[in-house]
Design a protein around this ligand. Sequence first.
Ligand SMILES: C[S@@+](CC[C@H](N)C(=O)[O-])C[C@H]1O[C@@H](n2cnc3c(N)ncnc32)[C@H](O)[C@@H]1O
Length: 305
Amino acid sequence: MSNYWTDYWQQGHLTSFGEDLTRNYTGDVLSGWVQFFAQVKNESVNVVDIGTGNGALIDIAVNTADCKTPHFFGVDFAKLKISSELDADNITFCPQTSAEKLPFDDDSVHIVVSQFGIEYSDLSESVPEVARVLDEGGKIRWLMHARESSIVKPNSAIFDAIIAMQQDRGLLFVLRQLINALAKFGPQSAQAEQCRNELNGAIQQCVQHNAQGLHGTGFPAFLKAVMNPSVQFRDKKHMLKVFETEMKGQFERLRDLIDTSLSESELASLLELLSANGFENVSSSLFMQDTKSVGYLITGVKRGS
Ligand SMILES: C[S@@+](CC[C@H](N)C(=O)[O-])C[C@H]1O[C@@H](n2cnc3c(N)ncnc32)[C@H](O)[C@@H]1O
């Protein structure tokens, strides 16, 4: 996995989805975690959050569920930028640490939580690692991406639109041609007119196939900005280059999101893996917020040997 998560967290975001990325989760996602953490708020337990990012779940536990005595460890592969509000004696962040190799002793952890984190790891390695560090009776609560969720599905449409745009003679190619023709032959030239027609045709095709996905790429807004007659040709070329670079980053992020999200059969395999690694009372359900599914909620308890 590339370091795009490091770039993402260095921007100071607290969450990985939602309208305001600087504010913590809300609604049923928030209340589900608050209820869960409230059960242990006065216990001296070790809680590990896998794929913690900038610590959204730990922030919920400490600042909303009022957990004072548990010790929280936030594990993440990326370099993090943690807010000073999470600078507390009972919070330890472990950046650049992978779920496949947890820095904890056997049987030393009581709870392992994760929200859209552990599925990014190799589950065949991270699930046994979680089982190793959890003590008898230790719990898991994981909210994981589901292939058909209201988060993954629209992003799949955006991903498909990016692929179409990047194709040979796709939107980006045709737009580059138009910008070159404008620079070389001028806006009134036959060459520019031909490119404009080709661009309009390509846009219509994309809209017919996948209007929502195209909108999600940000292309319509970009096109409006780059085609503004007051923008110099040299600047148009630069803007297109920047847009293409950003799109490549978005492509990688969405590819990983889709790859890591669980299909129904992958969910079944995960449940088997958990059982094979000593978990019991394992349950899985679609977690809903505002009548929309946001992912699979997995819970379970580590069996004694
Ligand atoms: C979608 S973000 C989730 C952030 C946070 N849990 C939240 O709910 O907002 C996924 C995180 O998983 C981390 N990650 C990816 N692969 C990992 C691995 N193998 N071990 C630990 N963390 C990993 C990424 O660096 C990223 O920060």
